[in-house]
Design a protein around this ligand. Structure first.
Ligand SMILES: Nc1nc(=O)c2c([nH]1)NC[C@@H]1CN(c3ccc(C(=O)N[C@@H](CCC(=O)O)C(=O)O)cc3)C=[N+]21
Length: 369
């Protein structure tokens, strides 16, 4: 088994940081942390000490967070926006530098295989952006575009081949898969050390246990944004709306591992709005556009919008909208991610990070835990 998680040192904080192996992996992780703080400074006019100062223990921070709404009622200014696009671009730049260093040291270029079956529009958006970014980060991209009619057996054969291919360090099978294909079986067939989506049972179990592993890209990206916007999360009330295996569940676990008090609202929750109003941190991942209106949000809360729905506009074009009614929520939120330009770009940047982490694991001898 593998024993590290470079891309999310900052996310796991002391919980999992303590498990990290020294050496090359720290070597990788530290510049990343620096870059994240650097990005924070750029976007928030804060200094690194603002994040680590002992003068801000979590209790005071939580209290300040709860009171934040009073002054946050002006129209949403730019400073309210959590700029996922800028953050992701800094992160990918950092990854690219580390890919170069990794190549210089090992003569290996990290390779990512993406398997897309059929033509789900959300997945196509993702694939388009991802291919671009992979090359930008100096990695190799192996695309497998398969017809809607591809059988489960064919997919399993392909995954098996990719598992054995030494040029491939990360494998991502786009979801959703066509009806008739057991997505769980396919996802789980990916070797855990190449499972850059973190959706297999080994990595999901590791996350649940607070052990290092490959963490699902979207929740990982959300955590990075949260840490940059809020700093210390310990003691804050977090509500995750949506309980999917892809986002909601791993998100809740990451927040729990950071010391938040976490609630998950889902389809059977009796009063999700009332629950959401208790949140200092509100993460919304339901796929229902504009579900979360201002009545769901406590003034001053930090709102992370994972939703991404493409809708037609009056001018006959299309646009992307989130699960949060941005125009009415932004004025009362403390900080908020936009759609597009929020979580989406972070998902891709974290996928590249995870691929580099996986490539590192492939060259670094490590013991079983
Ligand atoms: N195994 C798996 N893992 C995934 O992470 C996964 C998946 N399957 N299937 C499809 C969804 C969708 N998804 C997106 C990621 C980034 C953007 C993204 O970059 N969005 C840009 C906008 C792009 C544009 O303007 O078209 C933004 O929000 O700013 C979109 C969608 C990952 N998914």
């Amino acid at each position: 088994m593998f024993s590290s998680l470079t891309g999310s040192l900052c996310v796991w904080g002391r919980g999992v940081g303590g498990y990290l192996f020294a050496g090359v992996l720290f070597h990788l992780a530290l510049p990343l942390v620096r870059s994240i703080f650097m990005t924070c400074r750029l976007s928030e006019n804060q200094t690194m000490s603002d994040f680590s100062s002992p003068e801000f223990p979590h209790a005071r921070k939580a209290a300040a967070h709860r009171e934040g709404g009073a002054s946050g009622s002006a129209a949403a200014g730019r400073e309210k926006l959590i700029d996922g696009k800028a953050f992701a671009s800094a992160l990918t730049k950092e990854t690219a530098e580390q890919v170069r260093a990794f190549h210089a040291e090992h003569g290996v270029t990290p390779g990512l295989a993406v398997v897309l079956v059929g033509n789900d529009p959300a997945s196509e958006v993702y694939v388009r952006n991802k291919a671009l970014q992979t090359h930008r980060a100096g990695m190799r991209s192996f695309m497998h575009m398969l017809p809607e009619t591809t059988s489960e057996a064919e997919l399993l054969t392909l995954v098996d081949r990719l598992n054995r291919d030494p040029e491939i360090h990360g494998i991502l099978v786009q979801l959703p898969l066509p009806a008739g294909v057991d997505a769980r079986r396919v996802t789980n067939a990916i070797a855990p050390e190449k499972d850059v989506d973190g959706l297999g049972e080994v990595n999901a179990g590791r996350l649940a246990l607070g052990l290092p592993g490959l963490v699902p890209c979207t929740p990982l990206g959300c955590m990075m944004l949260l840490k940059s916007a809020v700093g210390e999360l310990r003691g804050l009330n977090a509500v995750v709306v949506g309980a999917s295996n892809l986002v909601g569940k791993p998100m809740a676990l990451l927040l729990l591992n950071e010391g938040c008090t976490v609630s998950v609202a889902h389809i059977d929750t009796v009063d999700p709005q009332a629950l959401a109003r208790t949140a200092d941190i509100l993460v919304v991942a339901t796929g229902h556009r504009a579900l979360v209106t201002k009545d769901w949000v406590k003034p001053g809360a930090t709102v992370i919008d994972v939703g991404i729905t493409r809708i037609p506009t009056d001018s006959g074009k299309t646009k992307l909208v989130g699960d949060v009614a941005f125009d009415e929520v932004a004025p009362i939120a403390g900080r908020i991610t936009p759609v597009p330009g929020g979580v989406g770009p972070m998902t891709i940047a974290c996928l590249l990070r995870n691929t580099l982490t996986a490539a590192n694991m492939s060259v670094t001898p490590h013991e079983a835990d």
